[in-house]
Design a protein around this ligand. Sequence first.
Ligand code: TYM
Length: 335
Amino acid sequence: MGNPRDKEGKERVFSGIQPSGDMHLGNYLGAVKNWVTMASQYDCIYCVVDLHAITVYQDPKTLQDKSREAAALIMAAGIDPEKSTVFIQSHIHAHAELTWLLNCLAPIGWMQRMTQFKEKSEKQKENVSVGLFGYPVLMAADILLYDTDLVPVGEDQKQHLEFTRDLAQRFNSKYGATFIVPEPSIPTVGARIMGLENPERKMSKSEGGEGNTIYLLDPPDKIRKKIKRATTDSLRDILFDESRPGIYNLLILYELFTGDEREVIEARFKGKGYGDFKAELAEVVVEGLRPLQSRYKELTADPTYIDTLLSQGADRIRPVAERVLAKAKQRMGVG
Ligand code: TYM
């Protein structure tokens, strides 16, 4: 299928993050760090997906604050809002409207195979909302609205990306070429950062105790304490060995923050104990997050500053969403 976007120059990148909790190292290393790298090469749009967050209950005031915080953290991580677009999903109505059009096309059978829905609904039982079931359709709408070529995400979003591609192809084959079929961009290292206390499960906003997750705004002493207490094993050697999930995950953190080769890292810690390694890792993480934390402080010193940038971001990109939505509606014979 030909590319329906009249492309001049750069390819388009779109990605999103939920403001439903505090941003953590998994979000940063699996996604946001790559958003920053891609920003110099592509036309990038990064979205704080508050409509996704409300698929489970959120305290309204906290949600507003967390949405602003997430946007500020994206910028503090190195996204320049003048060069890339950063906006809040609910500020552009087209997301909800395209979701409805796509809802009418998404087979229930596809939805029922979504593993994230199965996991989340297992925990909530009878409180599961229709919105949570439809979550992947809203995500597809986010991506398809902007003629997106590439979607940088962590590994846990891979199935949602496949769903988005399938849905775009289904639309295009029923109604004619309308949407670009996007490609996922998943990092080879860091796509699945694991919890510190439970390295068998991914680091997440909602799972595990406080010590399981390092948040981007954690003060240095908290980071040191969490790394010191991280689960390892009863062996000694500090090696990149996937069969030893605890130490392997910590080594991945070290690799991603230093950018050093694996052999160099292993040689550095040869003959040393876990205690020494953890102490050094803690400093690497603390120093790695320091610039982000200080930029965050500067950016949020005036609370209205981020709001202004966010409304400018939405204003700049809204016409793209409206054009794609209008095309989809016209193809379906509505509006
Ligand atoms: P969310 O908010 O759960 O996570 C944001 C990004 O962080 C990645 N991530 C991780 N990567 C590595 N290791 C981890 N432990 C880890 N935890 C999270 C996620 O893969 C994601 O890239 N549904 C999405 C948000 C979304 C979206 C979109 C993404 C909505 N619309 C359109 C891309 C395009 C989500 O819940 O991400």
